[in-house]
Write a protein that binds this ligand. Sequence first.
Ligand SMILES: Nc1ncnc2c1ncn2[C@@H]1O[C@H](COP(=O)(O)OP(=O)(O)OP(=O)(O)O)[C@@H](O)[C@H]1O
Ligand SMILES: [Mg+2]
Length: 136
Amino acid sequence: MKYASAQAQGRPKRPRLRVEYCKPMKKIEAIIKPFKLDEVKDALNQVGLKGITVLEAKGFGRQKGHTELYRGAEYVVDFLPKVKIELVVEDELVEKAVEAIRGAAYTGRIGDGKIFVSQIEEAIRIRTGERGDAAV
Ligand SMILES: Nc1ncnc2c1ncn2[C@@H]1O[C@H](COP(=O)(O)OP(=O)(O)OP(=O)(O)O)[C@@H](O)[C@H]1O
Ligand SMILES: [Mg+2]
């Protein structure tokens, strides 16, 4: 048996839900030694990097900027020059990108840096208005 349409039954037509599928994205922020930037960029290029932001930074980790811990230095904190890179990628690329950064930024000495990964809610390409993973 055929169902009567919403209009025929006098009900208002229910608007169609338009669900636009967008692949989940993550932001990778990495703080690295400045002289490692080129190597990290090349390694990321190999895994299909689409865009990247680079910032000059300064900071310290658990040694508080000292190359070794020594008594009496607890109150002295030194900022060391670092480079911060930021890139937004599809979820599927995160592990490859993290490994690329680790591999290229590693020296094995203190201060090699850190990688932080976080969720991205939305991305918009200004020129075209594209959104989501299409915009990265
Ligand atoms: N928890 C943090 N939050 C934000 N930035 C951080 C944090 N830890 C480190 N950084 C940044 O990363 C840079 C490098 O940190 P670093 O590699 O010295 O970390 P660490 O924890 O001291 O590890 P390591 O013992 O290998 O030196 C710092 O100079 C700072 O800019
Ligand atoms: Mg450190």
